[in-house]
Design a protein around this ligand. Sequence first.
Ligand SMILES: Cc1cc2nc3c(=O)[nH]c(=O)nc-3n(C[C@H](O)[C@H](O)[C@H](O)COP(=O)(O)OP(=O)(O)OC[C@H]3O[C@@H](n4cnc5c(N)ncnc54)[C@H](O)[C@@H]3O)c2cc1C
Length: 415
Amino acid sequence: MTPASIALITSAAVVAPNPETLWRTPEPKRTYEVVIIGGGGHGLATAYYLARNHGLTDVAVLERGWLAGGNMARNTTIIRSNYLWDESAALYEHSLKLWEGLTAELDYDILFSQRGVLNLAHNLHDVRESVRRVSANRLNGVDAEWLTPEQVKEFCPILNTSPNVRYPIMGATLQRRGGIARHDAVAWGFARGADRLGVDLIQNCQVIDIDVQRGRVVGVQTTNGPIGAQKILLCGAGHTSVLAEMVGLRVPLQTHPLQALVSELLEPVLSCVVMSNAVHVYVSQAHKGELVMGAGIDAYNSYAQRGSFQVIEHQIAAALELFPIFSRVHVLRTWAGLVDVAPDASPIIGQTPIENLYINCGWGTGGFKATPGAGWVLAHTVATGEPHPLVVPFALERFTSGALIDEHGAGAVAH
Ligand SMILES: Cc1cc2nc3c(=O)[nH]c(=O)nc-3n(C[C@H](O)[C@H](O)[C@H](O)COP(=O)(O)OP(=O)(O)OC[C@H]3O[C@@H](n4cnc5c(N)ncnc54)[C@H](O)[C@@H]3O)c2cc1C
């Protein structure tokens, strides 16, 4: 047995708690100060920071299924902060700094691994955009490097850097502090922390309507009966449009399926995260040994949590072009989540025109990396009634003011 595989077994042994024992299963109270709709990563992190940073514990998280049963435990766990614009870099870098202390903060091993994220450039446009982004990142205090094809090969030897392929690798950006974490453990850590501080986590409780009186929210109707609330936060990711419609609010979002897949378990073979917008695939290797792969969204709108085969076919073709060494690897399983995409590929965070109704959505294909950061800034916004300085540019009003934050270049396939 190699030292690496011993390390894998050891870490698996550390993180094998029974989630059933991590939090209470309380009966919902008749009313709460804050009700959070959606028990994914963002809802749970917000609940935790409401209690931890603001002493607000009269809080319930209402989840229609099970905690983290949505995108939270369906994503490919890529964490980075190398976004182009100042507003995004500040928000995601805030989150990355929280990730760096999160295992200690939650006293829970989330298997956070800063193994480096490579974004490959395959044409002149990619190169220009990437070099520009490296400069922008550095100006914002975000670690970023530009690697030549030779340096890319050195950093990730199994990548095919031959010039004789359809889209040769012309270089790459590298964020060394980027990486991955174990997504379900992140959710469990936040859930346990919130529960210990007194937050009620209510599973199998679907919100079917939101009650508004005189322009102000007063509670929700759920499959478990009515629950009063002074403040309500929407954290429904792909279902945000459905929730917003309950109060007659139209949000500029489209819901798309986003797929991912894993291979059978392999010995450690890939020690970083590799992403390519041009051939459209990204690949990392989970602690357990599976290759984790994803691509772009399915083009159509859907709430079906199911994608089409052609996306998988294209992403496998792209992966094999980059990593010929994977040609005999078997796919173990595929799945899809539902992502909420805003026109400028940036999140929408803050107050809504309905008093005491707050929104957190539009994270699209990239909200996992924001989990602690989003929770932190949302908790501030909900607790104080004033937007956290980092979320001011991400308000809903930007779609009427025109002050969009176009992150398609850094968003796109690059989760
Ligand atoms: C395949 C895939 C790969 C991805 N890869 C990455 C990645 O590598 N890096 C990255 O940063 N991001 C990634 N993402 C995006 C990321 O997962 C999401 O942006 C993020 O998880 C959204 O926040 P959340 O965790 O709170 O959402 P969710 O976990 O989806 O939480 C929303 C919750 O709301 C609940 N809900 C909805 N309606 C109701 C209702 N009426 N009543 C009660 N509850 C309700 C849902 O059941 C769900 O649990 C990926 C997503 C997918 C699908």
